[in-house]
Design a protein around this ligand. Sequence first.
Ligand SMILES: [Zn+2]
Length: 187
Amino acid sequence: MIRTVTYNGNELSYELTLKNVKNINLRIKPNATVFVSANRGIPLKIIDEFVLSRADFITKALKNYKDKSEQVNKKYFNEDEIKDVILKLCKNIYPYFESRGIEHPKIKFRKMVSRWGSCNITKKVLTFNINLMYAPAGCIEYVVLHEFTHFLQPNHSSKFYEELEKICPDWKKWRKCLKEINLYENM
Ligand SMILES: [Zn+2]
């Protein structure tokens, strides 16, 4: 059941489940729902009071979730733009790989939630995630360079990173930046 308490003039709702737990447990789910489980014998009034006693913590936690999801999923490009940006990057990057004896791959786009790009070495296809529109330019360039580098080194071996470092010295920074983007929310 959903219950609402008033804290500092604001309504604070929480999802309550009564079950065989010892006391009262409170947690904030990843979708920013306040979830409370409590023993069936505990009066609702006591549970409300418990939630109110944690209201300060709850409000801060909810604000954090909101800030994070807004900041993380900032959209830099629309769908057409991101394809353009990636195609231009491929064009600029290719001469280096051509000089290393690599054939020009076919470039594909897909919406994916688990990876930013992939390289099919045998079919000579690079696939890029449309969701890169949520990533700043440096990250996009890193992904393009990363996938192209797989034509030189298929696996993520130390040799792969040696090759990547030559053309993308800041790869660690951009990889970290990509990890902060939440691929599962609002996409
Ligand atoms: Zn890779």
